[in-house]
Design a protein around this ligand. Structure first.
Ligand code: ZN
Length: 365
């Protein structure tokens, strides 16, 4: 069979590849991996640049929710509106994503163990630390085509949406309480704007508006389902470790043979005023109003020498094989292992600064 004939035979496969490529054309900034169960069959919403109006619709959860308030399990059948979780992103050669067993379920996580036991630079820490993600069921009104589709699954960084909306949902002190913005009968639509591109994405202008349809119609309510049923909630320790360890080989190779290809960095965690995220915490005048204030402080604290007595390390399972370091490292056997990371401190614990530096560059919006 000639080469042409062989190629002809694969015409359909090629067409499928083109279609797949087209389907994923807008996914830049999204890791190729996914926290979702493959082939779960529920439609996703990819939030593009522009102003959007959505209703977040609540659903009855299944048995696999991350631990809730006070790290207590969330009983199956609880009404939820968000699957709020911590995710290790860009893991391994496949840029895979894994829900962190430690942060979500208090179970051993090989990547968190690696973080705890390794002296990492800021960039190394940023690359491997889990990021907070939220998954919702949304009814999108700002695009008639999307509105017609009914409920869509939307995954977004916590500080791009949930953080903003939880802030505006708080009533003023004299009225008190929280606006039940996802309630089926008295909830609100959320309007917000997404702008920017890889490395410089921003979500802003979050506000409530009266819903176009109130109460939420039964046909929409009937489309709800437990979001934990379509998320890979419990990747195994071995699965994560294998992917993470594979990452070491990939990075070493790419550094040697593809010197110009830097490892992927989480663009959403970049300092909006061009400082160093996690290092320059509270150094600039704009820090006070920064949407990444808490996240930056958290990373700053992780990178700072211990300021308080550290808690006892948690009991750990017998290590099997620790993930290897991304680049060749000196023998660490003589060093004492770090103890468990302290809990995230309250916001007032800021580093003492005499004066703030001028901005390196204005935020572009
Ligand atoms: Zn982890």
């Amino acid at each position: 069979m000639s080469l042409r004939d062989r190629m002809k035979k694969q015409k359909k496969q090629l067409a499928d590849r083109h279609r797949e490529s087209y389907d994923r054309k807008d996914e830049k900034g999204i890791s190729f991996g996914s926290i979702f169960v493959p082939g779960h069959g529920k439609p996703n919403w990819f939030c593009k640049n522009g102003t959007h109006e959505i209703d977040v619709i609540p659903w009855l959860c299944g048995p696999d929710m991350p631990l809730g308030k006070n790290e207590m399990p969330v009983p199956e059948g609880t009404l939820e509106y968000v699957f709020d979780c911590w995710v290790h992103r860009n893991v391994g050669a496949g840029n895979d994503l894994f829900l962190c067993p430690q942060r979500n379920y208090k179970k051993p996580c090989p990547i968190c163990e690696y973080i705890k036991n390794t002296d990492l630079t800021t960039d190394e820490y940023k690359e491997v630390a889990p990021k907070r993600r939220c998954v919702y069921l949304v009814w999108v009104h700002s695009d008639p085509k999307m509105e017609e589709k009914g409920l869509l699954v939307w995954e977004v960084a916590h500080f791009f949406f949930e953080k903003n909306v939880s802030e505006i949902s708080r009533r003023s002190d004299d009225r008190g309480g929280i606006i039940p913005w996802t309630d089926l009968d008295e909830g609100r639509s959320v309007v917000f704007t997404r702008e920017g591109d890889k490395g410089n994405v921003s979500f802003y202008g979050h506000r409530f508006e009266d819903r176009r349809v109130q109460p939420v119609p039964d046909e929409i309510v009937e489309q709800t389902f437990a979001l934990d049923s379509i998320i890979k909630c419990h990747p195994t320790y071995e699965e994560i470790e294998e992917a993470f360890t594979g990452r070491a080989g990939r990075t070493e190779r790419s550094e040697k043979t593809e010197g110009s290809s830097p490892a992927p960095v989480d663009d959403e965690m970049a300092c909006p005023v061009n400082g160093k995220f996690g290092e320059d915490f509270n150094q600039y005048n704009e820090c006070d109003d920064c949407e990444l204030f808490d996240d930056c402080q958290y990373e700053f604290d992780q990178l700072s020498p211990a300021k308080e007595p550290e808690p006892e390390p948690e009991p750990e399972p017998e290590p099997t094989q620790r993930p290897t370091r991304r680049t060749a490292a000196p023998d660490r056997s003589a060093r004492p292992a770090r103890t468990a990371r302290p809990a995230r401190p309250a916001r007032p614990a800021r580093p003492a600064r005499t004066e703030k530096r001028p901005l390196p560059r204005r935020r572009q919006r």
